[in-house]
Every structure is written in structure tokens, then in C-alpha cells.
Design a protein around this ligand. Structure first.
Ligand code: PLP
Length: 229
């Protein structure tokens, strides 16, 4: 099989899993995480019907965006930023990024808000939460999020679409499930207290744990290895 055929088959398998494990499959979006691959593989994912790409480095997402802007499919691609975003790099992605998954501090949110205002757009973001409290992980702890939430909601050029998390790498399914369930419950609480239901997205689930995430209500799964290898 050609590389593109393998990618197509992998995406089809993931689609079948979405139908099987999610209770609301029509709401689930698949982000093809392309940090390991080049534009040829990305084209394969696009041709298999998956136009959403996720990258975790500003320099790389820019280069790939510039490449696809010169092609016929450029306009149909959605770009998601999924990694740690430094404030001084916001200006390089603000005009085209469709969703930032990884807002993890107020200073970053303020920079996104300011830059979005300058170009007259609203930027859609997710708040990244480290539900398990693991020290090595990026993202708000639940406690630190509550400390900043009232300032966050004041930023008028940001639309908070939901929450994102990464579960710890582990064999312990029940622990992983607990993390995803925790994120879902946190979203419900934030919606009631601050967002009047406008948070609809739960970005959770990667190659090793996306089936569990789907069972726990994920609406965005971010998958690299399973698509491209
Ligand atoms: C790399 C990455 C993924 C995809 O990981 P796989 O295990 O290859 O599916 C998802 N989310 C984030 C934030 C990542 O950095």
C-alpha cells in the first residue's frame, strides 16, 4: 500500500471508533497532529477527508501554512495550535489560527486578546487544564484556573470554546478515565458559573487513549501516531 493509502485506512479506522465509542459522534472532530510529518503526508490526510491539522511549534505551522497557501487546498484547511505558546510568538499565528487549544495563563490570554483586537477578529481558544495535577504537565491546575477565571472572562476578543487536557501516560485505564471525566465535569461547572453554556468543546484523547476519551464525552481528539505510522 502507498503511504497515502495507509493514512486513509488509519483515518477510516479512527472514524469507525468515533461511531463506536462516542455517544454523540456527529459532534466529534479529528485533529490530525502533524508535528511528526511533512506536507505530503498532510495532503494524504486532507484527501482522506480530514482538513484539520494540529501543530505544536509556531515556526513549523507557519512554514506548512505558507506551503499550503500556494496550493488549491490551502483555503480549506483549518489550523489548530496544540502546544505551549509563547507570548512573543502570538503575532505570527493570530491572523489565521482557527483554534488555540493551549491557553494556560492569563498573560497569554491577554496577548491573544490584544493582538486579536488589533486585527479586528475574535480568537477561539480552549483552556488547557492539567486535571491530574502532575508536575511535568503544562496547563492550569484547577485551582490556578479559578484564580484567573474572572480576569479571563473579561477579555472581549477571546471566545472560550471549551477545555483541553492531556492524560498522563499510563496503563491505568481507570485513572485516565478519571482525568477525562474530571475535565468534563469542570466544563459543566464553568459553563454554569461563567460561560452560560458557550463552552461546547472537550479536546481530549490521543493515539493511546482516544477511545476512553470518546466514551467520556470528547468532542475533539488529537491524533498523530495512529494516523501517520
Ligand atoms: C503530539 C501530540 C498529540 C498526538 O499524539 P499521538 O500520541 O501521536 O497521537 C496530541 N496532543 C498534543 C498536545 C500533542 O503534543
Amino acid at each position: 500500500m502507498s503511504k497515502k493509502d495507509v493514512i486513509r485506512q488509519n483515518i477510516e479506522e479512527i472514524r469507525e471508533d468515533i461511531a463506536k465509542y462516542s455517544s454523540h459522534p456527529e459532534k466529534v472532530k479529528l485533529v490530525a497532529v502533524t508535528k511528526y510529518v511533512g506536507t505530503e503526508e498532510m495532503e494524504g490526510a486532507f484527501e482522506a477527508g480530514n482538513p484539520i491539522f494540529g501543530e505544536n511549534r509556531v515556526q513549523i505551522i507557519r512554514e506548512k501554512k505558507e506551503h499550503f497557501d500556494t496550493t488549491a487546498i490551502g483555503e480549506d484547511i483549518q489550523w489548530h495550535f496544540i502546544g505551549n505558546l509563547q507570548k512573543n510568538k502570538v503575532k505570527y499565528i493570530i491572523d489565521y489560527i482557527d483554534l488555540v487549544h493551549s491557553v494556560n495563563k492569563l498573560s497569554l490570554a491577554k496577548e491573544l486578546d490584544k493582538r486579536a483586537a488589533q486585527i479586528g477578529r475574535t480568537i477561539e481558544v480552549l483552556l488547557e487544564v492539567n486535571v491530574s495535577g502532575e508536575e511535568s504537565k503544562e496547563g492550569y491546575t484547577v485551582e490556578s484556573l479559578y484564580k484567573e477565571i474572572e480576569e479571563l472572562v473579561k477579555l472581549k476578543n477571546i471566545r472560550y470554546r471549551g477545555l483541553m487536557t492531556m492524560a498522563p501516560y499510563s496503563e491505568d485505564e481507570e485513572m485516565i478515565r478519571g482525568v477525562f471525566r474530571g475535565l468534563r465535569e469542570l466544563k459543566e461547572e464553568l459553563n454554569t458559573r461563567y460561560f452560560e453554556g458557550q463552552m461546547t468543546e472537550l479536546s481530549m484523547g490521543m493515539t493511546n487513549d482516544y477511545r476512553i476519551a470518546l466514551e467520556e464525552g470528547s468532542t475533539i481528539i488529537r491524533i498523530g501516531s495512529k494516523i501517520f505510522s
